[in-house]
Write a protein that binds this ligand. Structure first.
Ligand SMILES: Nc1ncnc2c1ncn2[C@@H]1O[C@H](COP(=O)(O)OP(=O)(O)OP(=O)(O)O)[C@@H](O)[C@H]1O
Length: 287
């Protein structure tokens, strides 16, 4: 169980996250929504300890995460994998090496420095890529892949860490609706099949509603809504986004997964371009 107790983060005189308390149970799939600047990224970054809390405590399974240092902190960051909007891969390295980099926290520094990976690690990386339907890209440079493929490589890298929790900071914000859908289905499958807790920041309401069991709404650094998708009415959305932000939250121009009803794989494969090849190879996750 992850617990946040009265967590605040300030940057100078700006309060990005304001007195947030929250409990997330093992195996939940939680979406965090809110207007730009609401504090969603800062909240996730504090959980992963990419940012420190200014006040308050973060506890996981009884351990004070917000106080961890050195190897304990590295172990936590391995248990609590994070993926980002911009994928954060090493573009000039091949895909499989990028995935194996997910093991860095678990190996000695000389082997890491020389990028020597064991056969077992290579097999694990291939398995992760296979699961995400992109094993055929293993030897390609990561920078040559489409955005949707790159995000799946990032998820494979996160899986290599053997995490207990996966944090995703706007994982679909740079993707077209169809790739966004594939990535969200992947996260859902990781949550359902592996029992990994997933907490993801999302821009649009429909995506949160479709994929998450629980939605947390933030505004001005505070939690203003915490409930099921069914409880997320238009009035609640107005409170989260403000009247002027509401249109954006529902906007089809923003990344949304609602525009792309899943078509049979064969149909998708016969459609145009690279992204369709990619979708044709996504395996059971995209079906
Ligand atoms: N490193 C930083 N230094 C100064 N201010 C920051 C920093 N990081 C975040 N902030 C500020 O804190 C507030 C919350 O930012 P945050 O990125 O957490 O919001 P967000 O809800 O994730 O927004 P977006 O959806 O645009 O990513 C914003 O006003 C932002 O400008």
């Amino acid at each position: 169980m992850l617990e946040l107790h009265r967590v605040t983060r300030r940057f100078g005189d700006k309060t990005a996250v304001d007195n947030v308390s929250l409990v997330v149970s093992e195996g939940e799939m939680v979406g965090i929504i809110g207007a730009s600047g609401a504090g969603k990224s800062t909240l996730l970054r504090m959980i992963n300890r990419l940012a420190d809390v200014s006040e308050g405590r973060i506890v996981y399974s009884g351990r004070l995460v917000s106080g961890l240092k050195g190897s304990d902190l590295r172990r936590w960051q391995r248990d609590c994998a994070m993926i980002f909007q911009q994928f954060n891969l090493v573009p000039r390295l091949d895909v499989i090496t990028n995935v194996m980099l997910g093991r860095l926290n678990q190996r000695n520094s000389l082997m890491s420095l020389l990028r020597i990976f064991t056969e077992e690690e290579q097999l694990l990386a291939l398995k992760a890529l296979e699961r995400l339907g992109i094993a055929q890209t293993a030897t390609q440079r990561a920078g040559e892949l489409s955005g949707g493929q790159q995000q799946r490589v990032a998820i494979a890298r996160a899986l290599m860490q053997g995490p207990r929790m996966m944090l995703a900071d706007e994982p679909i914000a740079s993707l077209d609706p169809r790739n966004a859908q594939v990535v969200m289905e992947t996260l859902k499958s990781i949550n359902r099949q592996d029992g990994i807790t997933v907490i993801t920041n999302l821009h649009t309401l429909d995506t949160a509603r479709t994929y998450c069991d629980r939605i947390i709404g933030m505004a001005a650094g505070r939690i203003v809504f915490d409930g099921t998708p069914a409880m997320l009415t238009t009035d609640v959305a107005r409170m989260i986004y403000g009247a002027e932000g509401l249109e954006d939250a529902f906007s089809e121009a923003m990344t949304s997964t609602s525009l792309a009803p899943v078509r049979p794989r064969a149909e998708r494969a016969s459609a145009k371009g690279n992204s369709d090849k990619e979708l044709a190879s996504t395996g059971p996750l995209s079906s």
